[in-house]
Design a binder for this molecule. Structure first.
Ligand code: SIN
Length: 475
């Protein structure tokens, strides 16, 4: 980790001897060894977070805002080091890692301010001897489990509204990418946020940490970003103590190109939305539907653009696509490609056979709609294309999934834009745009893509209770 200038960022994570080894997905070299907690320690942490929360909620919203803003400022001052850590442990190209740091920081800045606007209401009373009002209060201890694909921003997107609302926040980052999590937490402490208000834990058993977070009665809110399979189980565990949950789960985003689309812009959007983080985001477009009239033009232009993409070490400035996170991931993606090819899909871009954890960008046509590549979440740089004729049938295909996170489509026809946006059963719809994530808009899905929203004013509500107060006996 000699590349990191500010050594304090990793001080709490670098230990000698036994601990969790963290590897660089580019070459599998050992980056660091991180301390792990036993189950009793995790439970002790939750109790400490409960005490911390009681003090934290007594601070004024203005004071919490000031500390969050200081945290934001320290992140920006350390953005190059933080980006480097993300690339080293996650493989993401450095330019994308820097964008992630800024994206992650934007949640802290946004919620620092939004916490000052946690307004309640006064309610017109049905009788003159009563005044009715609501106040917003922090929900209590919030616990979270965050993924490896955005090891920085998925933490700040949850921690910032929690802290702004007056909750304490305990988090288990992915075991594959814990260094970014500890680094951003270290900066929070340097900003003055107390250690019993924000905490990262890596357990000796990830499963047991999940159980502690979901079963412990002192945790009142649980937030998870990860697969639908795991989210379903965690949500059931949360039911035992009726916790509030936010679940950001899997996606299977359709990317639709209509005959009336601007094709150059659709190709640009397709590349941005498909190959972000080597295709490893929940909102990456997963399956492409292209209408007859523009099919040939779109595929030709897309292939030309895909063949320009450079696969390599995330630290190289020219790299567009880094390694995928693990060898098992690569294996799974390659199997999906082979399975589709076995059923008649054809690769139309340049074939490359790459070693290590690299998967070459792959464009497939003539893909059958019922193949696992189309029905499941690819989480890799593979772009299956399906041709369609009729809008109505295509919308049916786009909605024919258990998922409902993000969808994208390209059209220049205003009637169609409204109609299709309305008919797509998704939590987020990008129209003539391949990248839709921002701190100011609500991120989240419908159906089995989850519940709750992150970012925007909705993101703060997830960490607040509404208390109704009735003052009676008035003259
Ligand atoms: C995710 O993949 O979970 C998050 C992507 C984003 O925030 O854009």
């Amino acid at each position: 980790m000699k590349q990191i200038k500010n050594k304090t960022l990793l001080a709490s994570t670098l230990i000698e001897g036994k601990g969790l080894p963290v590897f660089n997905p580019f070459d599998n070299s050992l980056l660091a060894t991180v301390p792990m907690s036993c189950q009793a320690k995790v439970e002790q942490d939750i109790i400490e977070m409960e005490l911390g929360q009681k003090q934290w909620q007594k601070r004024s919203a203005a004071e919490r805002c000031k500390l969050l803003k200081k945290w934001h400022q320290l992140i920006i001052e350390n953005e190059d080091d933080l980006a480097m850590i993300i690339t080293l442990e996650g493989g993401k190209p450095l330019k994308e890692a820097l964008a992630e740091v800024r994206y992650g920081a934007s949640f802290i800045e946004w919620f620092a301010e939004e916490g000052r606007r946690a307004y309640g209401n006064t309610i017109p009373s049905p009788s003159n001897d009563k005044t009715l009002l609501t106040v917003k209060q922090p929900i209590g201890v919030a616990a979270a489990i965050t993924p490896w694909n955005f090891p920085f921003a998925m933490i700040t997107r949850k921690a910032a509204p929690a802290l702004a609302a007056g909750c304490s926040f305990i988090c288990k980052p992915s075991e594959l990418t814990p260094l970014s999590a500890f680094a951003v937490t270290e900066l929070a402490f340097q900003a003055g946020i107390p250690k019993n208000v924000l905490r990262m834990v890596i357990g000796q058993s990830a499963h047991e940490v999940g159980e502690a977070f979901t079963y412990h009665p002192s945790v009142r809110k649980f937030s998870f970003t990860g697969s639908t399979l795991v989210g379903r189980k965690l949500q059931m565990q949360c039911a035992s103590t009726i916790k509030r949950t936010s679940m950001e789960l899997g996606g299977n985003a359709p990317f639709i190109v209509f005959d009336d689309a601007d094709i150059d812009s659709a190709v640009k959007g397709a590349i941005a939305s498909k190959f972000r983080n080597a295709g490893q985001t929940c909102v990456c477009s997963n399956r492409f539907y292209v209408q007859d009239g523009v099919y040939d033009e779109f595929v030709t232009k897309l292939v030309a653009a895909v063949d320009q993409l450079k696969v390599g070490n995330g630290l190289d400035a020219e790299t567009d696509i880094g390694p995928v996170i693990t060898q098992e991931s690569k294996q799974r993606i390659v199997e999906l490609i082979e399975e589709a090819k076995g059923r008649g899909a054809k690769q139309v871009n340049r074939e490359q056979c790459l070693d290590g954890q690299f998967v070459a960008p792959t464009v497939l046509v003539d893909v059958e709609h019922d193949r696992p590549l189309v029905q499941g979440e690819i989480f890799g740089p593979v772009l299956p294309i399906i041709r369609f004729s009729e809008e109505e049938k295509m919308i049916e295909m786009a909605n024919d999934t258990i998922y409902g996170l993000a969808a994208y489509f390209y059209s220049q026809n205003m009637n169609r834009i409204w109609r299709v946006a309305h008919n797509l059963e998704y939590g987020m719809v990008g129209i003539n745009e391949g990248i839709i994530s921002t701190e100011v808009a609500p991120f989240g899905g419908v159906k089995q893509s989850g519940n709750g929203r992150e970012g925007a004013k909705e993101g703060l509500e997830e960490y607040l209770e509404t208390k109704y107060v009735c003052i009676g006996g008035l003259d």
